[in-house]
Design a protein around this ligand. Structure first.
Ligand code: LFR
Length: 498
C-alpha cells in the first residue's frame, strides 16, 4: 500500500505547481514518511481582456496535461491518483451542450464592485449569514453571480451548470461533472448546517437550483482520465479524486498539530487565520466580526478570517519593478529589517488594498489619511506592512479565541509565506506567544494527504497529521521585545478603529 504515489496540482496566485507525493516506510511498521517532488511549475497569471481580468483556463489545462505526462513518465503504474486545488470562489459556467461558456472571471476583477452592498440591501446580511455562515467578501461567488445576472443576462440564461475552477479542470480531464464540498462552501450559497445548497438563497437570487451539483465529500474518486485525454497523452485511465479543493482547506489539513484545539495561519498571498471546529459558529458576534465558517475536510469547519496577507508586499514589489527597481523579495525584507520600527501602521484589510493598481501609493495614502508619518523608502513601506500584518494576526487570533472560548498556546504557520522569517518573528512578538512555522508546502501536502486518504492509507486527519509532523521540519519562533510590541498593539488598535 505504500508503493503508490499521487500527483497534486496546486494552482496559486502567480504560479501553478505539480507535485508528486510518495510514502516510504521508516524504521518501524507504522513509521511512514511523506516526501514530495515538484515536477512541473507554470505561470498562473490572470489575463486582462479589455476592462476585465480572467483565468487563462485552457492554458492551465494544457500545463496540467504536461504535468500528468511527466508524472506517468516518472512513476509509471505507481501513480495512484491525481487531484487539483486552487483558490476559492471562482468558477466556469457550462452550457447544456457541455461546453464552457466564456472565460472564467478572476475574483480581483472589478465587476463585483458595489454588488455585495446591493445584494445585502436586498436580502439582508443576517439572512445571508444564517444561510451560509460565510464572511462578506465582495468577490464571493454569490456576488459574482449577481454581477453576471445584471451585466451579462444572456450568459446566465445559457448557463446550465456552475463548476468551481478545480471542478471545471477535473471535468475537462474526466468528462464527469462534480462539485467538491470545501470549495462549494466558499460560494456563500451553501448552508453550513445542512451542508447543501440553500434553496431559499438561490430562489431569492433568481438562481436555478439545477445550476449547482450536490456537493461531494473530499477524498473520493470522481472519475478517471477520459479516453480522449488518455489517447492524447498516451497514459492509462488514472483515477482523479476530490481533495480539499479549496487551497486553504488543503493547507489546514497540512497543519502539523498534535491535539484538536489549535490555531493556524495559512500564509501566502492571503493570510487565513483561524481554527478547526466540529461545527460552525453562527453567532451574531461572528457576523459582526465578519468571520467565516468554511467547510473543511472530513466534515470539519474552518472558522477563520481573511487577512490581506503578502499580497501587499507582492503588489508593492510589482509597482517598484515597473518603475525599474531590481530588489528581490529577500532584499526587500532585509531593507525592512533595517528600517525604524513602529513608525506607521495600516489596516491590511482596508478596501483600498484589495486591488489598488499602485500598492505603495495606496499604503502612503492610508498613512497620510490617518495622520501618521508617511513611509517613503521601500524598506519603510515593507516594514509598515509586515508589522501591521503581525499586529492584525494578534487581533484576529484574540477574536477567534473569544468566539470559541478557547485559548491557544501558540500559532501554527504554514505555506510559502513562512519563508519570510522576519514576518514569523514579528508574529511571535506581536502575539507574545510562540509561532511554529512549517510546513512550507501547505496546500500541496494537504492535497497529497487527502489523496492518500482516498486510497485508504489513513482514516483520520489525526493520523495524517502525525505523518506530516514526522516528515517535514517545523521551526519555532519565540517572542522577544514583548513590551515594544504590546505598546505597538495598542496604537495599532487605535488606528484601525477597534
Ligand atoms: C487563498 C484563498 C482564500 C480565499 C481567496 C480567494 O488562496 O483561497 O482562502 O478567500 O483565496 O479565493
Amino acid at each position: 500500500r505504500t508503493a503508490q504515489s499521487v500527483l497534486a496540482i496546486d494552482l496559486g496566485a502567480g504560479s501553478g505547481r505539480a507535485v508528486i507525493g510518495r510514502l516510504t516506510q521508516g524504521g518501524g511498521p507504522d513509521d511512514l514518511r511523506l516526501s514530495m517532488e515538484e515536477i512541473h511549475r507554470f505561470p498562473n497569471d490572470p489575463v486582462r481582456v479589455g476592462k476585465h481580468l480572467h483565468w487563462d483556463i485552457l492554458r492551465l489545462l494544457h500545463e496540467i496535461k504536461q504535468a500528468i505526462l511527466k508524472a506517468v513518465q516518472l512513476e509509471g503504474d505507481r501513480l495512484g491518483s491525481i487531484a487539483i486545488d486552487s483558490w476559492a470562489v471562482d468558477f466556469g459556467l457550462i452550457g447544456t451542450d457541455g461546453q464552457l461558456l466564456g472565460n472564467p472571471y478572476h475574483y480581483r476583477d472589478h465587476h463585483t464592485d458595489g454588488v455585495m452592498e446591493e445584494v445585502c440591501a436586498r436580502l439582508g446580511r443576517e439572512r445571508i449569514f444564517a444561510a451560509s455562515g460565510l464572511q462578506f467578501l465582495q468577490f464571493n461567488t454569490i456576488y459574482q453571480l449577481a454581477a453576471l445576472q445584471a451585466q451579462q443576462p444572456g450568459l446566465m440564461d445559457r448557463a446550465d451548470k456552475l463548476l468551481m475552477i478545480p471542478d471545471l479542470l477535473r471535468y475537462f480531464l474526466t468528462g464527469e461533472m462534480h462539485s467538491e464540498y470545501t470549495n462549494a462552501s466558499t460560494t456563500q450559497l451553501l448552508n453550513p448546517v445542512t451542508r447543501t445548497w440553500d434553496a431559499g438563497l438561490l430562489s431569492d437570487l433568481g438562481l436555478s437550483p439545477s445550476l449547482l451539483l450536490p456537493p461531494q465529500a473530499s477524498g473520493i474518486r470522481a472519475g478517471t482520465l477520459s479516453p480522449e485525454v488518455c489517447a492524447e497523452l498516451g497514459v492509462p485511465p488514472i483515477p482523479v479524486v476530490t481533495v480539499g479543493e479549496h487551497d486553504t482547506a488543503s493547507a489546514v489539513v497540512a497543519v502539523p498539530a498534535e491535539g484538536k484545539d489549535f490555531a493556524y495561519l495559512s500564509c501566502g498571498t492571503w493570510s487565513l487565520l483561524g481554527t478547526e471546529l466540529p461545527a460552525p459558529v453562527l453567532t451574531e458576534q461572528a457576523l459582526t466580526w465578519n468571520f467565516t465558517n468554511e467547510g473543511g475536510v472530513q466534515g470539519t469547519t474552518r472558522l477563520l478570517k481573511n487577512i490581506m496577507g503578502l499580497w501587499l508586499v507582492q503588489e508593492s514589489r510589482r509597482a517598484w519593478e515597473k518603475a525599474g527597481s531590481r530588489l528581490s523579495f529577500p532584499q526587500l525584507v532585509q531593507a525592512a529589517e533595517s528600517a525604524a520600527p513602529f513608525v506607521s501602521f495600516i489596516d491590511p484589510d482596508d478596501d483600498a488594498f484589495l486591488n489598488p493598481g499602485h500598492m505603495p501609493e495606496a499604503i502612503q495614502a492610508y498613512c497620510a489619511r490617518t495622520g501618521q508619518p508617511v513611509p517613503a523608502s521601500e524598506g519603510e513601506i515593507i516594514r509598515c506592512v509586515l508589522e501591521s500584518l503581525a499586529l492584525k494576526y494578534r487581533f484576529v487570533l484574540e477574536r477567534t479565541e473569544r468566539l470559541t472560548g478557547k485559548r491557544f498556546d501558540g500559532l501554527h504557520m504554514v505555506g510559502g509565506g513562512i519563508q519570510n522569517s522576519l514576518l514569523c518573528r514579528f508574529t511571535a512578538n506581536a502575539l507574545q506567544r510562540p509561532v511554529w512555522a512549517g510546513p512550507v508546502e501547505g496546500s500541496a501536502i494537504g492535497n497529497i494527504v487527502v489523496q492518500y486518504m482516498a486510497l485508504g492509507v489513513w482514516n483520520t486527519l489525526h493520523e495524517a497529521r502525525q505523518v506530516i509532523r514526522s516528515s517535514f521540519p517545523v521551526r519555532t519562533y519565540s517572542p522577544e521585545n514583548v513590551d515594544g510590541w504590546a505598546e505597538a498593539y495598542e496604537r495599532f488598535r487605535g488606528i484601525i478603529g477597534e
